[in-house]
Every structure is written in C-alpha cells, then in structure tokens.
Ligand binder design. Structure first.
Ligand SMILES: C[S@@+](CC[C@H](N)C(=O)[O-])C[C@H]1O[C@@H](n2cnc3c(N)ncnc32)[C@H](O)[C@@H]1O
Length: 346
C-alpha cells in the first residue's frame, strides 16, 4: 500500500522527488508552502497533488487529522539557524510554523508513523532542535540525526545539512522541558555507501577538507549540459561582474570534483552563493573573461543536487526564480538515501 505523505514546506518538491528516487511507493496527500512561484513549479511537476498555499500555522486542526499521513516531511525555513543570520532560533518568527507542527504532533489523534526533517548545518545547535527531540521522546518516536554532504555520494557539490529521521515505535517517556540531548550525529547511513570524512579527535568532521578532491567524487563535467552557442552566451559572466567581483567567485573547471553550495542568491551575489565555471585555461593562471567563464545553468545546478531529468519549470518561471527555488531546495540525492533507509530499513 502506498505511503501517505504530507509534504510541509514543499517548495519545488525536493522531498517528493527524493521519495520517488528512493523507490518509495507513496501518495503525497498534501503539499504546503506559502510561496506561489514554488507552488506553480510543484503543480507543474506533480499535477495530481493538492498544493495548499497557506501558512502552515494557520491551518485548522481538522485538516491535519483528515490527511491521515503516515509520513511527514519537513524542510522548514533555515534563516533562524544560519551562520549569516542572527541565530535567534525559536525566537525568530520564521521558526513559528515549525514549532507549531512540533506542538501539533502531541495533539493529533492519528500521528504520522515516520518523520523526515531537513535543515541547515547549525540547526543541531539550536533550541528548536531541543524542543523537537523532547517532543519526539515524549511521544515515543525513535530518532536518528545526521550531518551529511552530497560529496559523500560522489556528487561534486558541497551542501552540508542536518537531517533527522524518526519512527514511532518506542515507548513514550517523560521528558522535562530542560532535558538536553548531547550531540550524536551520524555521517553514514546504514546500508548505504557513503564516503566517510575523517574526523578530528573531538569527532568533528570537515566534509570539504575530507572529501573535496576525493578521486571517487565525479567530475563537474559529468553534470554539464551541452549548451548551444546562444545558451552559453546567456550564461556568461557579464564583463562588469568579472571586473568588479571576478576574484571573489569560487571558480571551478569541468575537471574539478567539487562546487560550492548553490544558494538562492546565485548569480545575484558573487561571494558564497555557488561556484562559477571556467571552461578554458587554468584557474588563477589564465585571467577570467566573459568568454571563458560562465554561471552553471539552472539545469546543471539541479543535476548537481541530484534532481532527475524529469524536473521542469513552467515557461513563466524566470531564470532568476529557478536559481532562487533551487537554492532553497535540497539535495535530492542525499534525501533519497535517507528516505530509503527510513521507509525500508529503520
Ligand atoms: C528551505 S525551503 C524548503 C524547500 C523545499 N524542500 C524544496 O524542495 O523546494 C522552505 C520553504 O518553506 C516555505 N515556508 C516558509 N514559511 C512557511 C509557512 N509558515 N508556511 C508554509 N510554508 C512556509 C518557503 O516558502 C520555502 O519554500
């Protein structure tokens, strides 16, 4: 029987794509997101799914009961937990909807048997994590937390993220509000083949230092489109960007085995938003020019994140919107591995 899935913070459907990639027989019984552009992309890719454009915390209790979902997937806003942000955690208004869902779990008559959560690295140090883990303990969920990076699956793209998978099959336990949960993050998923990054004596791993340039990671060139001259010209870095910000970009070649995390600001801001591609000459030796340096196209970014070729955007979605939506989404490759584990082996 198909697993009934409620996809909260559904965006362009990264979780849905990952469940499919994992071979999970599922029916998404509701997808929830406030972003109209993302919802159009979701409907375009999954026409049969009911997509609700409402703030999750304003939805009526009866609707959640009526979903009768076996699995909740949640990739809530990351701004309360990012290094660039003010790290207000649960005090940030953007954490409200997730705290609402955590609280709601305790009031539901029919709780989901499984949960899958994705957030930025940094979430593991937040007070929201403590609220989540206390609630799961009280309700009898067994959970595992992970910090994983697509590089470990040989995708040449760095995107370290926090993941939690939970299954409701433990005994409910008392758990005081000040109960702490010491960090115990896994970097390997049982039954899956992932490159193990070396750990320092305190057990901390540095994925980028440990796995960048690993010979097993595939070359960037494997993820590139065969661009027409017109498309290649459209992807070029403008001369004024090269002049003003050239040195700030992270530059890679098709032979490299790494790219930086692509964020929603890609192509708009130069620093820390994703790599650019130098197609000729040597990085740092031959100067960057609009002729030899271009942005990765949205399709290439999607490839690096593990989206299948079937992902497509409605004609009305601009290139800028595509970059924003992809930057907000997730590594389908990594989530597929976790979904497979959660649904088939955990
Ligand atoms: C990190 S993104 C998740 C993206 C998604 N997993 C994907 O694959 O595209 C967070 C999403 O939560 C949505 N969001 C933020 N606050 C929300 C709320 N209160 N109710 C519903 N959706 C919300 C945003 O519009 C955004 O698409």
């Amino acid at each position: 029987m198909a697993v009934r899935v409620a996809e909260f913070y559904s965006g362009i459907g990264g979780m849905h794509f990952a469940l499919r990639e994992a071979g999970v027989a599922c029916e998404v019984v509701g997808a929830f997101d406030i972003n109209a552009v993302a919802n159009d992309v979701y409907r375009h890719n999954f026409p049969g799914v009911r997509v609700m454009q409402r703030s999750i915390e304003t939805l009526p209790h009866a609707l959640f009961e009526a979903l009768r979902a076996d699995l909740w997937t949640m990739s809530p806003p990351c701004q309360p937990y990012t290094r660039q942000g003010r790290q207000q955690g649960s005090d940030d208004a953007r954490a409200r909807s997730f705290l609402f869902l955590i609280g709601l779990l305790g009031r539901l008559e029919r709780r989901p048997a499984r949960l899958l959560v994705e957030n930025v690295a940094g979430f593991e140090r937040s007070d929201t994590r403590a609220v989540l883990l206390r609630q799961l303990t009280r309700l009898g969920y067994r959970f595992e937390e992970y910090l994983l990076n697509p590089l470990q699956l040989c995708y040449p793209n760095s995107r370290t993220r926090y993941y939690l998978v939970a299954r409701r099959d433990a005994a409910p336990r008392e758990c005081p509000d000040d109960c702490e949960f010491p960090p115990r993050f896994r970097h390997a998923v049982p039954g899956a083949s992932l490159i193990q990054p070396p750990a320092d004596p305190a057990g901390r791993v540095d994925f980028e230092r440990g796995v960048w340039h690993h010979a097993e990671v595939r070359q960037v060139g494997c993820f590139l489109e065969d661009l027409s001259p017109a498309a290649a010209a459209a992807a070029r870095l403008p001369q004024k960007t090269v002049d003003r910000h050239g040195y700030v970009h992270d530059v890679v070649t098709p032979q490299d085995r790494r790219t930086c995390c692509f964020t929603k600001g890609y192509t708009h801001y130069a620093e820390g938003t994703g790599s650019v591609l130098q197609t000729a000459g040597a990085v740092g030796v031959d100067p960057m020019t609009p002729e030899n340096t271009r942005y990765f196209t949205p399709r290439e970014v999607a490839n690096l994140m593990g989206f299948p070729p079937s992902l497509s955007f409605p004609a009305a979605t601009t290139t800028r919107q595509q970059y924003r939506l992809l930057g907000n989404s997730l590594s389908v490759a990594v989530v597929a591995v976790l979904a497979d584990y959660l649904l088939h082996r955990m």
